[in-house]
Design a protein around this ligand. Sequence first.
Ligand SMILES: [Zn+2]
Ligand SMILES: [Zn+2]
Length: 329
Amino acid sequence: MLAPLSTEMALQPLRFWRAFIALNFLKYLTGLHEDRLARCALVDSMTLALDNRASWYGDLQTVLTRLNAPMEAPDAWAYLPQDVEKAVATLNTAMLAELQGAINNSPKLYLLHGLRERGDGLKVLDFRHYLHVPNAAHRRAITQILLSSHSLALERLRWTEHRRPRIPREDRKCRICKEAIESPEHALLECQADENLTTLRNTFIAKFYQECPTVVRPGQGSSAHLLQAMIHEEISIKLVAKFTFEVLSIFEGLPIEGLLPGDSCIVRAVLNAMRLDRYKGTGPGTVHSKACPCTDNPGKPVFSEWTMPVYYYYYYYYETILYDFMIRL
Ligand SMILES: [Zn+2]
Ligand SMILES: [Zn+2]
């Protein structure tokens, strides 16, 4: 899905961009005097196209039809730059409709829908205000939330990895309260189960309404709409991006249930055990590290008798990784 790349950064998709260049050239040709050879060649090309024979003009017509902006074949000598301008306008409308349709039909981009439906002069193609947030980490966080490319369970458990099947949407529960679906709006505006999170949110809400007193208040509609409204405000975008970054950091510090982090000590231990089993017999294995998301003390060995069933359980999920690993040995 490349549509957001165009709409959020004001870049014309390549297919359209090339057609615009060809139309500009056509406009130049139609503006030439009748004695000019290039103009004669164009008339020739248009005559061939009328006969359904291979020609530059015929190719251009085919391309424009495929882009949903079909172009008429008018009388070749009476063709004027103004006629080409009409074709350019049709192509532009077709491009905007296609991009808008792609965004609106994507359920993953639901936070972008609101940004466009407000109708207060916001363009389909525009370099968006949230991309101007100066802090790179904050900018990345807000962009991840808007484009549904974040580390919250709603998105993370959609992926199928290492033979784990995709988890149904209603089961992608919040890792803190374990009740609601862990969506951006739940994490940012709803979840009450963590004290740090609620303090952070209350401070943010107070600052936000100082800067933007006219925005809808919490409770005046769905949280998703409130979040859209908050992100839409240009003056407070730095504040919103910083808050998003901080909330995502809180969530990223906690493991998602049903998902083993790739760098967890269990995985390292399994990998080590596999290697040791194969080459040296059984060895001491891996110890827990400080960075490990589990609650065991750093330095404690990962494997004990009771962790062996865990070993086999994860071995099933991590078969693919292990296989890759074995190949590399
Ligand atoms: Zn929650
Ligand atoms: Zn550990």
